[in-house]
Design a binder for this molecule. Sequence first.
Ligand code: FAD
Ligand code: 2HG
Ligand code: ZN
Length: 487
Amino acid sequence: MHQSNHLHTLTMNDYSPLLEVLRQIVGSDNVINQGDLSAWERDWRKRQHGKALAVVRPANTEEVAAVVRACVAAQVSIVPQGGNTGMVLGSIPDDSGTQIVLSLQRMNRVRAIDTANLTITLDAGCVLQSVQEFCKGASYLFPLRMASEGSCTIGGNLSTNAGGTQVVRYGNARELCLGLEVVTPQGAIWDGLTGLRKDNTGYDLRHLIIGSEGTLGVITAAVMKLYPLPRAQLTAFAAVPSLEAAVDLLVLAHEELDGGLSGFEIMGHFALSLVGRHFPHLRLPLQESKTPYNVLIEYSSLETETKATERFESFMPLAMELGYVNDAIVAKNSTEARQLWHIRESIPLAQAQEGLNIKHDIALAASRIAAFVQQTDALLAQAYPGVRLVNYGHLGDGNLHYNVQAPENCDAAAFLQENESAVHALVYAQVVRHQGSISAEHGIGTLKRDVLVQYKSPQALAMMRAIKHALDPLNTMNPGRVIRMDK
Ligand code: FAD
Ligand code: 2HG
Ligand code: ZN
């Protein structure tokens, strides 16, 4: 519906009847179309600033459905939004001033907890960190974890099929979800909040919606898995001599840690140095070893603290003996562990302070990672002398954030503007060569939409378009994100 330009010729006044209906549905305080809307209109990286017709903030599922029906009747498209922390420009409106931002922020209730089924039912607007804290208070682990957890929401996590730092043990958002409630693009409500671990009754609609980035409907609630809280958790920061050694260390950790490896993050030297530069109050461990890579390892166990410590204390020396680790420190308590995690989690912010960079959120088989990095580093150095590589990520599940930062003293925004497409082409050709994926966890949004068509098979793209057309023939839901329907 909404990519057609004729809508742009309408004036703001033409939308007044719709705005009035929306006010009746959600209350006038929750239809915001005046003042500073940048929290909803601008993306987290500050790459783009759209213009919303209004931000609409429903309080419950029935209100979401009524808002969608009103927008359909007025031929106005909808951009669902949670915490607006997405990395691919999928959660902000375009600059036409004709799209509604449908914010789930007010829908933040825990609906139910089922301790026998080990599940929790949540409104989609619940902020991830508050869910983690709620579950911990009830003596359960909610294992989704990422640096944006203070703002991102369950609905956003599921819509992007977010990953984060615990995927190696618990899987990504998709694996943690056992049911959804969704408002369709026509404004109907699908209640799929079963919480069943087995249900082979036809097409799996839940898995179709998860990862669809708001293009197939609005997630209003979800049933998510709970886990017992680990009795012991051990965290180490280890200097490794090379990426190959880091992969060897990963294999060893899987073998030696009794299935308890819960985090395995890699941090390149330059990525870490940015944390030191922009947050000098954070003490970086092991810097004297000048190692090319550091690894953050977390081991979570249901065994007693003593047994878990014994296991971890025999694992680290073994890793050193085998030459996989040069130097390491093990956190003495949970405060020290938190400090180590804080260093890792500060990398996205530190690189943002350094200036916009060219992002690649790529997935590769662990066996391919070292060769990919060695070759791609060399190709980039040759093509863009002085370029700096912010290479870090979730090595435990083969996900690198292989970001390309402008040379020192070079204007970062200008470098990005001039080179983004060519750098993407170089890096993605390497990703294809090594049979990887151009989006591991952040999704497609609008940032990668036109790149996706170059790397996904025509057959897969045709099936995606057919699904979008079948479920949302008017293109009401997040039009122009993930896949274009107008060409
Ligand atoms: P938003 O940004 O609001 O939306 C993201 C997409 O989902 C948009 O397309 C939007 O339209 C859609 N959407 C949102 N809510 C709904 C809904 N209820 N129904 C339908 N569609 C909806 N991502 C990772 O995967 N792993 C990480 O480790 C990680 N770390 C991050 C660290 C930082 C510092 C930042 C800023 C981001 C990070 N991200 C990470 C990216 C981001 O936080 C995740 O993608 C997150 O899941 C987005 O949640 P959100 O609520 O902010 O969604
Ligand atoms: C992370 O793992 C996030 O820190 C952000 O996914 C990645 O900034 C990035 O490229
Ligand atoms: Zn990440």
